[in-house]
Design a protein around this ligand. Structure first.
Ligand SMILES: [Zn+2]
Length: 390
């Protein structure tokens, strides 16, 4: 990615080409983008299945980058499809080529403590200017602590990893451990990176498992991957969901309660239903043969409601359900959220986790004493942001 950016900027200076960052317009699709730029549609139709699915992952409003030469002619375009991957179209010998490429970002891990003045949300925001961190923190402790009981003199401490891109916070921060201290009484959360879930200091689960598998599948034919280097094809592959192979016509059920927000054709995903759930989650069900009666945008469905039937519409080599899950509009691995039967740590695994949590809790308590300066990114002008990337 750095190389591409460097190239972009070198071209900028040498040929007077222009690099622009633009929001992806609502209603635009990968195909309409090709059309608008006089790029033959075969480019899309010649892509393999996974890549065509990825072309349906472009979200309206996302910032993408265009490099245009003389006569406003398109030379390159980079369109993000997740926090980690982007589509890359570029002109070579008069022809446009397609690839997917990782997005460059830095990752900073910090342990910080913040004295409580107003509320944890406001105090985190004041100290870090990081709204996503304030949101994540508030959501993680929602059922565990009563923020209204907090007074001046109480403390919070967080160990988290934040991505930074072009001089701005980027993506959802990953809270590895956090502490709320109310009148010297501590409440902790610890993330187990192995399953992406939160536990307390005794290794007891804190995450609610509110999603169920949406279809009685035969086997999983493709798993979720942000980016996997394919050694033979010498390129990155991504698959932003789970493919459940199942016979055509098999019933598909809502993975959790929520409101239907989309029902129709969605590019490579064919006949698709999308449902919005609490906590900024959205689930997607692709390649359906048929929608269930009464399923349309605006309809409220309960977990387990029949929403459609397995098919092979869109780009698909056989009947299967493509199940996608999004948090804050970004694809996440559904297997981390779907209910599993064994959801408690046991035996040696549990003992190890308790030791890990103990070490982390020491760090958090230490931080309350040492009060390191929190990372706080505020206004940096646009040009230095672009320069920072090179
Ligand atoms: Zn799929």
């Amino acid at each position: 990615m750095r190389i591409i950016y460097t190239l972009l900027l070198i071209i900028t200076t040498v040929f007077g080409a222009e690099l622009k960052e633009l929001p992806w317009k609502k209603g635009d699709t990968f195909l309409t983008f090709l059309q608008d730029n006089n790029i033959p549609q075969e480019l899309y139709f010649n892509l393999e299945k996974n890549d065509r699915e990825l072309c349906s992952e472009i979200v309206a409003g996302v910032n993408y980058q265009e490099l245009r030469g003389e006569n406003n002619e398109l030379l390159q375009v980079l369109i993000p499809i997740s926090e980690e991957m982007q589509l890359h179209l570029y002109k070579e010998k008069g022809e446009f080529l397609f690839t997917t490429t990782p997005i460059a970002f830095q990752e900073v891990t910090q342990t910080i403590s913040i004295p409580v003045h107003y509320s944890p949300y406001q105090d985190i925001l004041d100290a870090t200017s990081n709204q996503a961190l304030a949101n994540e923190f508030a959501r993680s402790f929602k059922r565990l602590a009563n923020f209204k009981q907090m007074r001046k003199g109480d403390n919070i401490a967080i160990k988290y990893t934040q991505r930074i891109r072009m001089g701005e916070y980027y993506g959802t921060p990953n809270i590895e451990a956090a502490l709320i201290e109310i009148r010297n009484k501590q409440t902790y959360i610890f993330k187990n990176e192995a399953d992406g879930r939160y536990y307390d200091e005794k290794g007891r689960t804190l995450t609610s498992f509110f999603m169920t598998v949406p279809v009685a599948y035969k086997r999983i034919s493709d798993r979720f991957t942000y980016k996997r280097w394919h050694p033979v094809l010498k390129r990155y592959r991504a698959h932003l969901g789970i493919d459940y192979a199942a016979p055509a016509g098999r019933k598909i059920y809502a993975a959790a309660s929520g409101r239907v927000v989309f029902e129709g054709r969605k590019g490579g995903y064919g006949k698709t239903v999308e449902i919005k759930h609490e906590g900024n989650y959205k689930s997607l069900y692709g390649h359906m043969s048929k929608f269930a009666a009464g399923i349309r945008p605006g309809k409220w469905v309960k977990q387990g409601t029949l929403i459609g039937y397995v098919g092979s519409t869109g780009v698909s080599t056989g009947p299967h359900l493509h199940f996608g899950l999004y948090k804050n509009g970004r694809a996440i691995n559904p297997s981390k959220i779907i209910r599993v039967t064994k959801n408690e740590l046991k035996g040696k695994q549990k003992q190890q986790f308790i030791l890990y949590a103990k070490a982390l809790s020491q760090d958090l308590l230490e931080t309350i004493k040492s009060r390191p300066e929190p990372l706080n990114i505020t206004k940096i002008d646009k040009q230095s942001k672009l320069n920072a990337e090179v």
